[in-house]
Design a protein around this ligand. Structure first.
Ligand code: FES
Length: 130
């Protein structure tokens, strides 16, 4: 029977531990995303701002349409909170999305989920639903 060196055993144990950690983190991020999607929230709305970061949401105003995206990166769930040259940037590992939520640069590979929203009749508030 072949013996496994201590180094090989430790490398294997660390790889398995890292894999389990990533899987657990991903599961927690997905659960947070589901919880965010199940709430209805109301925020102030300004049609003149192209990008509005509102808690766990990103409100995008382009021409005559308004889109609401989840602010949680689809890689490991970090909150996206900045734009650069018309792109949404994740601060954790640098994933980039366009203003429709499509991935431009990984490590994320899934688009940001779009959420349903309704703008109040006076145009001053937006109600976001998951
Ligand atoms: S969590 Fe956004 S790139 Fe990793």
């Amino acid at each position: 029977m072949e013996r496994v060196s201590r180094r090989t055993f430790l490398q294997l144990a660390m790889t398995i531990t890292a894999g389990l950690f990533v899987a657990l983190w991903n599961k927690l991020a997905q659960n947070q995303l589901k919880q965010d999607e199940q709430r209805t929230r109301i925020f102030p709305f300004n049609k003149n701002k192209t990008v509005i970061f509102a808690d766990n949401f990103i409100i995008i105003n382009q021409e005559d349409s308004t889109t609401v995206l989840s602010a949680h990166c689809t890689h490991l769930g970090c909150k996206i909170n900045e734009t650069e040259n018309g792109k949404l940037i994740c601060p954790c590992h640098g994933s980039e999305y366009d203003l429709s939520g499509n991935v431009l640069k990984g490590p994320a590979y899934k688009s940001l989920p779009q959420l349903q929203a309704r703008i109040s009749d006076d145009g001053n508030q937006i109600e976001i639903q998951g």
